[in-house]
Design a protein around this ligand. Structure first.
Ligand SMILES: [Zn+2]
Length: 97
């Protein structure tokens, strides 16, 4: 289980700790691997069988934490909330935010 507050903090850490970031729009083909949101687990890219290449299926932001580690998240935080809620993993904050 994760609270909305924790989702905000998790995402905030990526913005402050990463060296650089780049946003990929839906339909962007500059993806060459399966990508998942590290916050909610949603698939962000999909294999196109016909051309055997990947395509962006959900707008996401890719963070370069250092020269080795890259992490992807949904650009829209509401997308993370929605997916976590659907999976029953989102907990309302104690103060009801
Ligand atoms: Zn997400």
């Amino acid at each position: 289980m994760i609270t909305k507050q924790e989702v905000v903090e998790k995402r905030g850490t990526l913005f402050t700790e990463s060296k650089r970031r780049h946003t990929f729009n839906k339909g962007d083909r500059r993806v060459h691997t399966p990508r998942l949101c590290v916050v909610c687990g949603r698939p962000l890219s999909s294999l196109v069988m016909r051309s055997n290449s990947y395509i962006t299926i959900h707008r996401h932001t890719r963070f370069h934490m250092n020269d080795i580690v890259v992490l992807d998240i949904c650009t829209d935080i509401n997308s993370c909330y929605r997916v976590l809620e659907q999976k029953g993993e989102l907990m309302e904050d104690v103060d009801g935010r």
